[in-house]
Each structure stands twice: as structure tokens, then as C-alpha cells.
Ligand binder design. Sequence first.
Ligand SMILES: Cc1ncc(COP(=O)(O)O)c(C=O)c1O
Length: 383
Amino acid sequence: MTGDPFGLRSLDIEALRAKHGAKWQACPARFSAWVADMDFPVAPAITDALREVIDQNAFGYPDWGGPYALSPAAELFGRRMADRYGWEIRPDRVRDMIDVLQGVRATVLHLSEPGDGVVLHMPAYHPFLDTIDQMDRRLVPVVRRDGAFDYDELELELARSQASVWILCNPHNPLGHVFERAELERVAELAERFDLTVISDEIHADLTMPGYVHVPFESLGPEVSARAVTLNSASKPFNLAGLRWAVMHTGSDRMQAVFDAMPGHYLGAPNLLAVTATVAAWTQGDEWLAAVIDVLDENRHALQHLLRTHLPGVVYSPPEATYLAWLDCRPLGFDRDPSDVFADRGVVLSPGPQFGPQGEGHVRLNIATSPVVLEAIIVAMAG
Ligand SMILES: Cc1ncc(COP(=O)(O)O)c(C=O)c1O
């Protein structure tokens, strides 16, 4: 693609600073690169679809075929998974969610007991850690050694102390790791052997970088799917986090039974604007998404050079998916959390320890901005 038809490369820093929302307002600074929102304007097809609802002043109950009917976005989920990933879902096992974390937390709450182990690849997206903590579950970490997760150690741990759930974050936040089929098969084999339900959070899937392939966990086969639930949303790839909508696919009969037993509307009903935006994203947004991936791919590679030039010593490998760069700042030798040092230099980042003890000395940098702003961020970080 030539040019910049969606205005992704020409962001105005003053306009970003004036933008409503947590990213730029909750922690005012010269540069904001923490929470997982993108600085890019959303796809024009999305704003057009939203504008149509607004122009019609049509904010009443939507007509989707009855109060408990699936939203049109949930109806589209199967087609999107089949087209992009070759995964044939079970249409009778799809349900609307308000957000991905709702699905994660409902599953942990209903398919495990206080004290049970919950497996997580570490470092981990902090709301997963909070879920374990707040629900009085026990963290069973999958640790990394020499850049690879150690499943042999996990196997020993699972044999010692049973767990009941595995929250699989694929692609992984904050590492940007895309799990290959063989690695997912190892996860599936351990889940089968130790009787774990796998919650596959695939919210970052559509942001998989060129050269990598996203494999939906449930697509590994019917036996794998039977002990899994999948969560997804257009919110990360299409930058719609404030609208609140997600989708769950339940391969697990146990989880299906939990939902079937719930009173209608117990988990609320989907938001009209979020559904409208998701339908526009999934039917007309892929050209925009490809342009975003182009910029992110450029940024993830440019960051190597920028770090070498301005912050030599920082250890970084480009994420295989999404727009979160995990920077090991320990070689810089700061005597306090690096995010504090960078905040003093005017750049807000996510502190590594938020993601567990493995995050000590690290920061998570959000690179979903224009290349010029990314460069300014790194220059500012260098002080
Ligand atoms: C892996 C992962 N899951 C879930 C979420 C949050 O999703 P939601 O806002 O739909 O709960 C995020 C947001 O950054 C995320 O990175």
C-alpha cells in the first residue's frame, strides 16, 4: 500500500495529548505509551457505521431477533474465524460478552474452587494475576528459561499440586509471543493429562505480524476444544476498547452448562454501538487493519535501531504479534524501577513488575503510534 490513506503515519502529538481517555489523560506526560490502546484513528467504515446510528438517533433496544438472541457481531464470529484461521466453530456455542475479562473471570469462578491452581505463562497480563488473587486461586507459573517456556518444569509442578484452569494468552501480552502449533499441542496434552480447562484469550490474534501464523487453540481438534473456551473481540485490533464487546466460544460442555443454568441477562446484554462498530470492523475494516499492521511491523523493527542508538543495552526482541514491546532495562543499571526513571523523563510506560516478579527491571512500551512519535518517545526515554 502506498501513501497514508488512513492517517496512521501523520499523527499530531498535540491532538493526541488533547485526546480523551485513559491513555493520554490518566497519567498526563509528554508521551504516553502504557495502556493497550492505539493512537491511530479507527477505520473510516467504523466511524461511518457509528455515525449512521447517531444520525438516526436510534439508541433504543436493538432488533436482533428477541431479547436473548445473538448480536450480529457474534453471528459473524464463525465466518471470521473460518476465513482468517480455518477454524470451524460450533455456531450453537457462541455468546456475546461485555468484555474479554468477563469471560475469563466467569470461567475461572465457575470451573475452579478457591485454592485451586491456575496456570499462566509468566510474565502475565496483570488482570489475570488480579483474577487469581481476588478469587483466592493459586498461581501456577510457566516460567521462561533462555527465551522459551519450560513445560517440563510445569509438568512436575502439576504432578505435585493439581490445578484446574489454564489461562492461555495467545498471542501473549506482554511478550508478544505467538504460540506455534507444536507448543499449543504441548499445552493441550498437559491440559488433558492434568484435567485442566483452557481459557484461550485470543484478543490480539488479528494483530499477528507478517511471518507468523495465529492458530486458534480450539482449532487443534474436537478433544482439545471440548476442554476449552475461547475469547475474542475486535477491540484490540480495531482500537475499540471503550465500546465494550467481546465474544466467547464454548467448546467445554461444563462451561456451556454453567451458562445454560444462568438466568437470562444475568451477564447483561451487548452494547448497540459496540456491536455496530464490530460488524463494520469485521466486514469492512481489513484494509485498514492491513495498513495498521504495516506501521506496527515497521515500528517493531525500527525500535531495534532506535534502542541501539539512544538506549544501548536494553534487551528487546520484536513482538511476533500486537503492539506491546517488552524491554529488559536491567543492563541500564537504574537503582529504581525503570518506569519511574522514564516517567521522570516524560514518558509513561507500564511497569514490568505489574506483570509479576519476572517483570522486575522491565517495562512494557506501546508502539501503536506513528513512527515519528515512536522515535520521539525513545529519544525522550533516553533523557
Ligand atoms: C490479553 C488481554 N486480554 C484482555 C484484555 C482486555 O479486554 P477487555 O477490555 O475486553 O476485557 C486485554 C487488554 O489489553 C488484553 O491484553
